[in-house]
Write a protein that binds this ligand. Sequence first.
Ligand SMILES: [Zn+2]
Length: 231
Amino acid sequence: MTEQLRRVLVIMAHPDDPEFCCGGTLARWIDEGKEVCYLLATSGDGGSVDAAVVPGQVSRVREAEQRAAADVLGVQEIIFLRHRDGELVADLWLRLQLVRCIRLCRPDIVVTTDPLRFYVGDRRLNHPDHRAVGEAALGAIFPVAGTERFYPELWGTEGLAPHSPQEIYIAEPDEPNCTVDVAAYIEQKVRAIREHKSQLSYPAAQLARARQRTATADGGHSERFRRIVLR
Ligand SMILES: [Zn+2]
């Protein structure tokens, strides 16, 4: 089913999330003819450990890096909502913004992050923005984006008719039910990650870890998802 679907909207919290979470899958889908757009809730202004750098400067750098990384994969368009990094909440305002973008972009597939993931393994906590954007995205998709009685002004005033995607891919979930073979795209993914220069304090180690995250026992690479097919 996924093979026939064409339009993909990736809804995530920060610049670099799409590449790290699922850059191989996005590269593969684009190579297979899908159109991919990004909707990023923040511009990653918290992504600097240098207190002397003001948030606006960080955002500008990170948006530019994100555009360069997206170009490596062949992503068509990026929308930045410019919420403050670290303060994302799955509230009604964020949901309305996501509904507007879903009705505008009319994706067949939405890719987002896992709203249930509080920690990763034994050593790492998940960023709360990743949970918030995942929760807001799922709440926007159902029941709101596809139902005309919600936000009628989006239809009446802005001409944005209801729209429901057919499939949802939750990237890097605790309970995956689907993997995508990205062996042929792992180097393209790494090249895209490499464009997020401000986030790579130790590039060799971080890029090696990115490769390792998707490594399979047979020497290949795959990315994991919770795939939900809406009926
Ligand atoms: Zn992130």
